[in-house]
Every structure is written in structure tokens, then in C-alpha cells.
Design a protein around this ligand. Structure first.
Ligand SMILES: Cc1cc2nc3c(=O)[nH]c(=O)nc-3n(C[C@H](O)[C@H](O)[C@H](O)COP(=O)(O)OP(=O)(O)OC[C@H]3O[C@@H](n4cnc5c(N)ncnc54)[C@H](O)[C@@H]3O)c2cc1C
Length: 417
């Protein structure tokens, strides 16, 4: 098999939201980057996410501004700009915003707590308390006695975002490797990475010479810890069992669409529910995360569906649940290892030699993470990008990954009444 040598300023492993946004940002700075993916764009966490572009409000429920809340403050504006402007980098102008705002609902027993919360200075700018006549349609039921707030947090259609990234990434900049063969790394006496080797039975083999390797591989970052024997690259998994309730599109007239956190007694919402459309648009899906997805890992599939039905009967009395088919979707969040497995407060990247591993920890923080890494690399690559823009034929012919299907469009998902 012939081997082609190429040079790139930066190689990124993993085409989830972190790798894709970073690639676009580094290209904007004139760096020649290339992404390697071993499944599909966004497979793993990105396609499983609820698409909420948090502005930090949920994270102030403890009464203090956490680091997470601070870095998130600007994210709704950044994402809206990327989706509504045709001159932004990345260009997400073909992506869709599913909802301009999220809601935050509390039941009557928690009302006073949330009146105090909403009066807090931090919150006032981002949250609008709604009078009953302005409540969203899904709360329109005589049994709802709680409070509702509107948050300045859009919800995006993740599939359309991934598709927009795919459209703007030319052949040769994003390469599919098969999971079995993957890639291999060669070091030299100065750097843990000097060359990445890829091969594909249909097109051949390439050696990519690069001074920087960045892992944005989600759970795939786990592979770094044993290779590098470095604590900083250890990963923690936070397992979730999401629940899906699928309705014929016609039956949704009664409640319109739900995009809301439903608060309980802790800082974690009892449920966070978003609404999505199946690929053929005939059905809509309520996608249920929050506390019930975290505690759900201890329940069987049928127990989890029963628990979700019970909770939704309480918090969404206006929704005709009898019309739904139900499914569950187990998925892990991948984060850098924290003390006592706590949730990381912010996007994090860590460096060893010329390798960086990065975790946005939230979809919303991908632009922030990309900016942080770009600034860091700019201090290291002060001279003009030194690598060539070689585009040998083999790169143009190399297979490209497709966009991962959304959870509700996955063929192996089991739906029951
Ligand atoms: C159920 C759920 C709901 C969520 N909801 C939200 C939300 O509403 N808002 C929010 O801000 N955040 C949310 N998150 C968090 C958010 O989805 C993640 O923080 C974010 O998507 C992580 O992106 P990533 O690119 O780092 O990783 P991933 O999306 O996991 O992407 C990693 C990519 O690397 C590839 N890869 C892995 N190993 C290799 C390898 N060896 N070689 C090549 N490629 C490899 C994978 O195939 C994948 O494409 C949610 C997460 C989950 C699980």
C-alpha cells in the first residue's frame, strides 16, 4: 500500500461539537487543521444532547454565581449570532433554533423559594416572571398552581447544526477512520506526538506530520490516560437514562411544544424536557432529562418509563400522555476526572507535551472552549503557520463521516405503549 506524507499545523481527534467548532475557529486563524472521526459527526454526546444553550440561570439555583454560570453568560448570544448571521465563523446559518426561550416551572409548594430566586440581582436580567395569562400552553391546566419563568436560553436543533458543519468542511479536512484500525501515533525524542498514521483499505495510507494533536473525542479521550500515563487525562463518566415520549404530530395541538426545566427541591431540576421532530416530521418527541435521567440509571427500561409517566402526569397535566409511545436512551456524559466525581464547573482543556485533551462539558460551551484553546495555541504558534496546504488526491478521495442520527431516529430504539 502506498503511503502519502502530509503536514498539518494541528490534528483534531473527534468530530463532536467540540472538535468541529475548534476546527472552524483554528481555520479562521489561518491554521491548517484536519479532523479524524471514527463513527459519525456528533455520535456520542453531541447528538444525544437536548440542545439547550444555557445562559447559566440553572446553575445559579444554589443562590451563588458558579464558574459555570459565568462562562455560560455569553453563550446564547454567541450561538444565536452563529445561527442567524451568514458571515459568522462557523457559519451555522442553515441550522435551526427550535425555541427562542426555555421556561423554568415550579409547583406551588416551591413558589416562595422561586419568587426569592427570581428577585435575585443575578437573575433579573435573564429571567422574566410570567403571569398566568402568559404561561406557555403546556401549563394551561387548572391543576397547575406554580410559577413559570421565561429564560433567555434558546434550544437548537443539534442535527441541523452538525449538518451545517458538514456542509462547510471540504473533503480532505475531515477523515473517517474505521473503528477497528483507528490511527496510530508515533513520537520523536522531543514530543509525545510527531506523526499520526491512518490507513483505509479502499484509498491507501497517510502519515500526517504535526506539531499539535488535540483530543476532543468525548469518551474516546479515555484512551489517553493509559497511553500517556498522566493523571490529567483521566476521564469520568456520568451515566444517564434519557426517556422519550413520541406523539403523532397532530396530537400536539393541545400542548404545543415543551422546552422547560421542572424544578424540585434540589438544584437539579426533576426533569428537563425538550421537544424534537422525527426525520419524517410525522411525529414529535418529548426528550426527558434532568434528575430523572440521573436516577434512572438504577432502573430497568420499563421501570424508567413507568417513573417518567408518573412524573409527567404530575408536571404536564395538559399533555395527552395516553397518545405516546415510550423509549429510553442510555448515554454517558464524558468529563475530565474531578475530585469525588463532582460535576466540572466549566469547559476544561489539559496539556501534556504537544497533546491537548479538551472537554466542553456542555454543548453550549463549545465556542468558549474553542476560543480558549485558540488563544493558548496562538502563543505557541507565533510565527505564521508553517505547514503546507498540500491536498493530495488521497485526501479528496478519503471517506467522510456522515451526521449521526438523532436518538429518536435511531433504528434500534425500542418503542412501547
Ligand atoms: C443526554 C445528554 C443531554 C445533554 N444536553 C445538553 C444540553 O442541553 N445543553 C448542553 O449545553 N449540553 C448538553 N449535554 C452535554 C453535551 O452534549 C456535551 O458536553 C458535548 O456534546 C460534548 O461534545 P464533545 O464534542 O466533547 O464530545 P462528543 O459529542 O461525545 O463527540 C466525540 C466525538 O469523538 C469521536 N471519537 C471518539 N473516539 C474516537 C477515536 N478513537 N477516534 C476518532 N474519533 C473518536 C466520537 O465518535 C464523537 O463523534 C448533554 C449531554 C448528554 C449526554
Amino acid at each position: 500500500m502506498n503511503t502519502t506524507n502530509i503536514q498539518r499545523d494541528i490534528v483534531i481527534i473527534g468530530a463532536g461539537i467540540a472538535g468541529l467548532w475548534l476546527h472552524a475557529r483554528l481555520k479562521q486563524l489561518g491554521l491548517h487543521t484536519l479532523i479524524i472521526e471514527n463513527k459519525q459527526l456528533g455520535s456520542g454526546q453531541t447528538i444525544a444532547s437536548q440542545g439547550i444553550i444555557h445562559g447559566g440561570t440553572k446553575y445559579t439555583l444554589t443562590g451563588k454565581i458558579t464558574a459555570a454560570a459565568q462562562s455560560l453568560t455569553d453563550m446564547p448570544r454567541t450561538w444565536r449570532h452563529a445561527i442567524t448571521s451568514v458571515t459568522n465563523t462557523p457559519d451555522l446559518s442553515t441550522a435551526r433554533i427550535l425555541a427562542e426561550h426555555q421556561f423554568l416551572c415550579s409547583d406551588a409548594s416551591l413558589a416562595s423559594k422561586f419568587t426569592a430566586f427570581a428577585a435575585g440581582k443575578v437573575i433579573q436580567a435573564k429571567v422574566t416572571a410570567l403571569t398566568r395569562q402568559h404561561h406557555p400552553a403546556f401549563l394551561d391546566h387548572q391543576s397547575f398552581r406554580g410559577n413559570a419563568y421565561q429564560l433567555d436560553e434558546p434550544v437548537i436543533d443539534v442535527s441541523s447544526v452538525l449538518q451545517a458543519f458538514q456542509n462547510q468542511t471540504p473533503a480532505g479536512e475531515i477523515l473517517l477512520v474505521d473503528e477497528a484500525n483507528g490511527f496510530t501515533i508515533e513520537s520523536d525524542h522531543q514530543h509525545p506526538v510527531a506523526v499520526i498514521n491512518l490507513q483505509h483499505s479502499a484509498v491507501g495510507a497517510i502519515r500526517i506530520h504535526t506539531p499539535h494533536l488535540i483530543f476532543t473525542a468525548g469518551l474516546g479521550n479515555e484512551m489517553l490516560a493509559p497511553i500517556l500515563r498522566h493523571e490529567a487525562f483521566k476521564t469520568q463518566r456520568r451515566p444517564l437514562q434519557m426517556t422519550l415520549a413520541r406523539f403523532p404530530a397532530a396530537s400536539t395541538d393541545q400542548f404545543k411544544f415543551v422546552y422547560s426545566h421542572f424544578l424540585g427541591r434540589t438544584a437539579l431540576p426533576r426533569a428537563t424536557i425538550t421537544t424534537h421532530f422525527t426525520k419524517n416530521s410525522n411525529q414529535i418527541v418529548l426528550y426527558i432529562g434532568g434528575e430523572i435521567a440521573e436516577t434512572g440509571i438504577n432502573r430497568s427500561r420499563s421501570e424508567q418509563i413507568a417513573a417518567a409517566k408518573k412524573l409527567l402526569t404530575q408536571i404536564l397535566p395538559a399533555v395527552p400522555l395516553q397518545a405516546a409511545d415510550w423509549a429510553t436512551y442510555p448515554v454517558d456524559r464524558a468529563e475530565p476526572l474531578q475530585q469525588n466525581n463532582q460535576r466540572p464547573d466549566n469547559a476544561i482543556f489539559t496539556e501534556y507535551g504537544n497533546i491537548i485533551a479538551a472537554w466542553p462539558t456542555k454543548l453550549a460551551l463549545a465556542p468558549y472552549l474553542a476560543d480558549e484553546i485558540a488563544t493558548h495555541l496562538q502563543t505557541k504558534t507565533k510565527s505564521a503557520p508553517r505547514n503546507s496546504t498540500d491536498h493530495p488526491e488521497i485526501l479528496k478521495n478519503w471517506p467522510r463521516p456522515t451526521v449521526a442520527p438523532a436518538p429518536w431516529d435511531q433504528e434500534d430504539l425500542i418503542w412501547t405503549k
